[in-house]
Design a protein. Structure first.
Length: 110
């Protein structure tokens, strides 16, 4: 039976609070501590978190770091919409990952 690995969420208070309510570790980033995102993400990956949910605007701003973590560690970093709404970055990320894995865009409209 596989080990139960922890999950985390990084984002604003409004985004992370629902995750915290179901037992997911939440890291609140606001304007004052937003510059710590890369350090926090790297720490969670080193601690072998299975999944780290991040707010879409952080995903867009720190795409290079997210890609580095996804390549270097056994941690999946997934974008989720911010309280202000979805930007489409999450869907684009999933679409790109599926296309990379399958070899074609299975979501393309025909």
């Amino acid at each position: 039976m596989p080990d139960n690995k922890p999950m985390a969420a990084i984002g604003s208070y409004e985004m992370a609070l629902p995750f915290q309510a179901v037992g997911v570790k939440s890291v609140i980033l606001n304007a004052e501590n937003r510059n710590t995102f890369e350090e926090v993400l790297e720490k969670l990956a080193r601690e072998d978190y299975a999944v780290v949910f991040i707010q879409e605007d952080l995903f867009v701003e720190f795409t290079a770091k997210v890609e580095e973590i996804n390549d270097k560690y056994n941690t999946s970093v997934l974008p989720v919409p911010s309280p202000s709404g979805a930007t489409g970055a999450g869907l684009a990320s999933i679409r790109g990952s599926v296309e990379k894995a399958v070899g074609m865009d299975i979501f393309a409209e025909r």
